[in-house]
Design a protein around this ligand. Structure first.
Ligand code: MF3
Ligand code: CO
Ligand code: CO
Length: 320
């Protein structure tokens, strides 16, 4: 999601949904940390904790979304258009009685998925004249609504034989997501995710995108908290707690972290230097002692595989 959307001004509506201005509602509490339970370590925002019914709802949506991704995976190859892939996504979703969350999102997104090829960072609009070709790297980002709840995930695919530098970027983007998810546990500061991810990708000379973030997810597609994939102090006072659900979805760039929005369609985001970008995303639940990745199929859980591309597919356990 766009980062600026989350900057809350004094006169904006409060995050709590009261309909009051932020300054008349939770601003003071947020500033002195008295809202929710707060300690020397930080603040636990209770409104970010989902009810058992909501957790069940997101689990079902995320599991369906993972089965959909599994279905699509076999169709991703040279010669197929990104629009055809989008058609398959929409049809599979609707055939199962569910809703593609992207379609008409914010009153305007025209397709059922985001398909982002090479230098496209995110929100690539599927098109019939964008045909996947040997050497491309392509991210497919799918979100489903099942009984009113959302599940959101993405994967970057290698089309045929891909240049070594591109393949390395994709593998390390998967590993960056795994690093971020790996530190999720109760009592951990939200800033830890960005810290481990940025530390990880910098070892290879890569950067992580700052303008788009992960997000809480539940009845709404994009909820608080924003999840930053770079070192920051904004999220450092907020602590994870069991029942919180959010996405970890680092966009990893070969060159600069700076991005540019397409002037015409106002959706497609590209790297400013037109170098490659890769991304992976899972929806993650904070559990009593760690995390659970929700956007997995039963057979992926069985096999302990959290990513089709990770260099070390078993390098973290599914449930901590
Ligand atoms: N799935 C994206 C995310 O991970 C959001 C896509 S919104 C759309 O948050 F409108 F571009 F589809
Ligand atoms: Co997504
Ligand atoms: Co997301």
């Amino acid at each position: 999601m766009r980062r600026e959307e989350k900057k809350r001004g004094r006169n904006d509506l409060c995050w709590c949904g009261s309909g009051k201005k932020y300054k008349k509602c939770h601003l003071a509490e947020d500033q002195n940390g008295s809202f929710s339970s707060s300690s020397a370590q930080g603040v636990i925002r209770k409104e970010w904790i989902q009810t058992p019914e909501e957790i069940e709802g997101v689990k079902k949506a995320a599991c369906f979304n993972a089965l959909l991704m599994d279905h699509i995976r076999s169709h991703v190859r040279a010669g197929i258009s990104t629009e055809k892939l989008d058609d398959l996504i929409r049809i599979f979703t609707q055939d199962h009685g569910h809703i593609p969350a992207c379609l008409n999102y914010k009153g305007g997104y025209p397709k059922s998925s985001c398909i982002s090829v090479n230098e496209v960072v995110c929100h690539g609009i599927p098109k019939n004249d964008v045909i996947l070709k040997e050497g491309d790297i392509v991210n497919i980002d799918i979100t489903s609504i099942v009984n009113g709840f959302h599940g959101d995930q993405s994967e970057t695919f290698l089309i045929g034989k891909v240049a070594d530098h591109a393949k390395k970027l994709v593998i390390e983007a998967a590993n960056a997501m795994i690093e971020g998810i790996g530190c999720v546990a109760p009592g951990v500061s939200f800033s830890k995710i960005g810290e481990v991810i940025e530390d990880y990708v910098e070892r290879f000379g890569y950067s992580t995108v700052k303008d788009y973030t992960g997000h809480g997810i539940g009845k709404a597609f994009h909820e608080d908290p924003p999840i930053y994939h770079f070192r920051n102090t904004e999220s450092s006072r907020y602590l994870m707690a069991p029942g919180m659900i959010f996405t970890v979805e680092p966009m990893v760039n070969e060159g600069t972290w700076k991005v540019e929005l397409d002037r015409q369609d106002r959706w497609t985001v590209r790297t400013l230097d037109r170098k490659l970008s890769a991304q992976f995303e899972h929806t993650v639940l904070v559990t009593q002692n760690g995390f659970e990745i929700l956007t997995l199929t039963p057979s992926q859980i069985q096999a302990g595989k959290i990513c089709h591309l990770a260099t070390h597919p078993n390098n973290i356990s599914i449930k901590k």
